[in-house]
Design a protein around this ligand. Structure first.
Ligand code: ZN
Length: 673
């Protein structure tokens, strides 16, 4: 639950990435539907030691081997759909400019991007722009060996299933349903539960949860819940269990990586992760998380496992995710400064003292360079991560927080010159404010959100975060955002030398409110509510401040030439409002006040004004910007001498989007063979 995503296509700024003169790096890779695919640079890779390069190499292999797991978790038909479409796509000899083929290509690119048939952000099923007739004929023309038929399945029964999955818009319409009042399990098309109702799942976990346990495991994190012989049971993801073929390959590469560990601490946590994958024991996973959180000396680090629970409407099961990275030493000085003042910010927080941490432990923060993105982080990727997610581990052992700067630099690079802020900001004053300060302000927002925000505060004794159910992620993200927003205006940041100008925070305030009230609507289809947790959080924060600042005209909607803008009239009052709301959201979390959390999110974070929505979409469409972005990875190859010894690891960037996806399907697809 602790990751930061980039806010809409907002950052319209000058470049911060450095590039060699005359050797322009090409960031743009592909464009389709609502997606722009980019590539990112990995500055500093060449300067790693040979041993570190080998470590990175085997960790990237371990990351890529998990791709199919996530795809299967998202929906049980996803792998079959992907394989079938790839088989048609690569064998098609007909007219590639026909509407049907173009439609199929677009759909396949969407499926690759979302790791399945549902949009990665809205969770709605994609609408195919090719005919069922075309699809059926292409499948019929393929040899049986090219199709992922189940054992004993005939081609015609296979086609029937695929037709329903791809073309029936009411079948499995949503991968994750968060609509209040519905059975969130049976109405979600993801593959984390099967044949069970929400009531049954809740009853099952209630029966196995030890509520007196002060160090509870993350129940359900690595399991699919099904009914067997009328009984609700967990099918555990592990070697010999569910996803065994993929997990076995991950483990083999982790073993190889372990040989090049930078120190004993790192070796120990890699071994523990292997133990977890072999046993499936969530106690072992906690032991791993503790070792991982405490090891802060190594430069190379990674995420590999069942991590974030946004894919589960009950916020329990972790989506498989991988990322390999290494420390950006120069930029890390900033986050070290922030994290070493963690206790100052905790004390200065406007929340009730009962909900504050007396001793903020081990918040380690660094700026990293991503070397590979995988699973839930690929191609759409976060710009900041804070882990582990387990609350008691965070409070007793601390957490690691990272800002992924080579990714934000790539975003900044391509956002330059899109005209976005010129269109949506109220006046030149706001445009200038953002031009001047937003790059730094955004980085600080991410630092504060990740290093301190999620790590701040404490639960009242005996309160379980699970009480907040489907509002948990939204409220948690809101809490971290509010913590960051509130403290950004603290003169302490000037004192620390992080901000040079006292107005820097205003750039973030303006961007945040403009995004929360207006521009994030570019990501919502007409007539739809806001569903995704980060979007709901940005909406409820902005809307609540708008409503509660009305008497003082803190935030104002202004109409000019038929266009709607927001203006912030009083930045200091807005700062106070952020503080008030932070205190309330922290109270809701600390007390597990489900009703208040629900009321907050449902009142301020879900509904959309259809008139403004329509207007924003029209203005946005004229700018021709893709609302979502993601990345292809660089490729890593081992360089060997005649005796077979590894002498170097080479990094290359040239790969295209379809090319990479097809290569991954060929080389890293243990669940489809
Ligand atoms: Zn977060």
């Amino acid at each position: 639950m602790k990751k930061t995503l980039i806010a809409a296509a907002l950052v319209a700024l000058a470049s911060t990435a450095t590039m060699a003169q005359g050797n322009k790096f090409d960031y743009n890779v592909d464009r389709f539907a609502d997606i722009q695919v980019l590539r990112y640079q990995v500055p500093g890779f060449e300067q790693l030691s040979l041993s570190q390069k080998k470590l990175v190499y085997y960790l990237t292999e371990a990351a890529l081997q998990g791709r199919d797991i996530l795809t299967d978790q998202n929906c049980k038909y996803n792998l079959q759909v992907r394989q079938t479409l790839e088989a048609i796509y690569t064998s098609y000899k007909g007219n590639k400019n026909s509407a049907d083929f173009k439609g199929l290509e677009k759909y396949l690119k969407q499926v690759w991007f979302a790791n399945g048939i549902h949009h990665h952000y809205s969770k709605d099923k994609f609408t195919p722009e090719f005919s069922q007739k075309f699809f059926d004929a292409r499948v019929k023309a393929l040899p049986k060996s090219k199709l992922p038929l189940a054992k004993g399945q005939t081609k015609s029964s296979f086609i029937k299933v695929m037709d329903r999955v791809i073309f029936d818009k009411n079948f499995m319409a949503k991968s994750v349903n968060l609509a209040a009042g519905q059975d969130l399990i049976t109405t979600s098309a993801n593959n984390l539960y099967e044949g069970v109702t929400q009531k049954e799942v809740e009853a099952y976990y209630k029966s196995i949860k030890d509520t007196t346990d002060k160090t509870p495991i993350s129940y359900g994190l690595n399991a699919k819940v099904v009914k067997e012989n009328g009984k609700v049971v967990e099918k555990v993801y592990k070697v010999g269990g569910l996803y065994s073929a993929a997990i076995t390959k991950i483990v083999a590469n982790l073993k190889e990586a372990m040989k090049y560990a930078e120190n004993e601490g790192q070796k120990a946590y890699i071994q523990k992760l292997i133990d977890f994958y072999v046993t499936g024991s969530l106690r072992t996973f906690d032991e791993y998380s503790i070792l991982w959180a405490q090891e802060t000396k190594s430069d190379v680090d990674f995420v590999n496992g069942f991590i974030e629970n946004y894919g589960d409407p009950l916020s329990m099961t972790g989506s498989w995710e991988g990322m390999v990275n290494f420390r950006n030493k120069a930029a890390s000085e900033r986050t070290t400064l922030v994290s070493s003042n963690a206790q100052y910010f905790e004390d200065a927080s406007p929340v009730d003292s009962r909900f504050k941490k007396q001793n903020v432990k081990g918040v380690s923060a660094k700026v990293i360079t991503a070397a590979i993105l995988a699973g839930d982080s690929y191609p759409s990727t976060p710009i900041g991560i804070n882990l582990p997610n387990s609350n008691w581990i965070r409070s007793q052992y601390g957490s690691k927080s990272v800002t992924i700067e080579n990714i934000t630099d790539a975003y900044d690079e391509v956002a330059n010159g899109t005209g976005f802020n010129d269109e949506f900001a109220y006046s030149d004053v706001e445009v200038e404010l953002m031009k001047k300060y937003l790059t730094l302000a955004d980085k600080l927002h991410t630092d504060l959100h990740e290093c301190l925000g999620h790590a701040s505060g404490q639960m009242l004794p005996g309160v379980d975060v699970g009480l907040l159910k489907n509002y948990r992620s939204t409220l948690e993200e809101g809490r971290a955002d509010l913590f960051a927003l509130y403290h950004m205006a603290d003169p302490k940041l000037i004192e620390l030398g992080i901000f040079k100008d006292k107005d820097t925070y205003k750039a973030e305030y303006y961007k945040y409110i403009m995004n929360g009230l207006l521009t994030q609507l570019t990501r919502i289809e007409p007539g739809k509510d806001i569903e995704e947790a980060h979007m709901r959080n940005r909406k409820f924060v902005s809307e609540w401040c708008y409503q509660h600042g009305k008497a003082d005209n803190v935030i104002e909607y202004v109409k000019r030439d038929g266009k709607t803008y927001v203006r912030i009239n009083d930045y200091e009052k807005l700062h106070e409002l952020f503080g008030k709301l932070l205190a309330e959201v922290q109270r809701i979390k600390s007390e597990g006040d489900f009703e208040a959390g629900k009321a907050l999110v449902e009142t301020y974070g879900v509904k959309v004004d259809p008139e403004i929505h329509k207007e924003i979409l029209e203005r946005y469409s004229k700018l021709d910007i893709a609302p979502y972005k993601g990345f292809v990875n660089p490729s890593y190859t081992l360089v060997k001498d005649k005796k077979g010894n590894i002498t170097d690891v080479k990094i290359t960037y040239g790969e295209g989007y379809a090319q990479q996806m097809l290569r991954y399907s060929r080389d890293y697809s243990p669940l489809t063979k």
